[in-house]
Design a protein around this ligand. Sequence first.
Ligand code: PEP
Ligand code: MN
Length: 336
Amino acid sequence: MVIVLKENPNPKQYENLLQWLESQHLEIHTSQGKHQKLLGLVGDTSVVDIDLILALDIVKEVKRIQEPYKNANRTFHPENTIIQVGDVKIGQDFCIMAGPCSVESEEQILEIAKRVKAAGANILRGGAFKPRTSPYAFQGLEGKGIELLLEAKAETGLPIVTEIMDLSQLDLFDDVDIIQVGARNMQNFRLLKELGTTQKPILLKRGLSSTLQELLMSAEYIMAGGNPNVILCERGIRTFETFTRNTLDLAAIPSLKELTHLPVIVDPSHATGKSRLVEPMAYAAAAAGADGLMIEVHNNPAYALCDGPQSLTPDAFDNLVQGVNHILPHAFRRQN
Ligand code: PEP
Ligand code: MN
């Protein structure tokens, strides 16, 4: 339930209302917009008589929220959430995360980090723990991979994003700027709960066959634990089509922006699986109003240990960033 207050509510009446709501064991999330204050109520709101609240002088409107996600719901929090990572304000500035699928060696990650930074990336990506379909495939450099990412961060100044696969790895992520929860772990609820007890920005990727509501419920797990810093990522879903690795759900971008105040970024690399499709889908995502992109870049895609066929060369990435910058002034923006 959301209570919308009139402008400049009488402080005494406001205090009384808060006290009464608290006495009903409701959790209150306040949100101050440009013109009005909202009170989001979480808990058993069946105890609240809407007509009684509406009768108060300071109350403008009372709305029941149908959706089961409360913290992530835009109705609760009309302003976009902005998450600052390094110099970039995700949710406000367009943000580009780029780097290899997996960290392979010191030379590889340092070279790619320098190239993507020069091209305009804001954040360096690279997998240290890799969720591979085959147990015989390269599984990542693990702790050593995180050390190498931190070295690339120190060298270039780029913040880093990397994937966690299991709770037992959490200690290794202390200096990681954004923790990625991959598509395969989107519904690892124990992991989400634990990440909710931190204040780290979490990049939550949409599961292979997950609905938008399921994605938002997973974000809710993190937020309900006290961590509001969630970034959503559309990375393609499973459909009957096999030409592309997945099917990029472009409509998810304006849909999520309508349903939630959280930033939405798009990963056209995993969505398509083909490097030649990454540039057009990145342009489409930027035009549809995404808050950013995640792009796989490799200095030698033919020899990449993971996801070479969908990886861009640094030159192709440079070209993509220039194209995106031309599109951004014309991109769709929802009216609040
Ligand atoms: C990745 O980003 O390398 C990755 C494994 O992504 P996803 O979880 O979207 O498949
Ligand atoms: Mn990958």
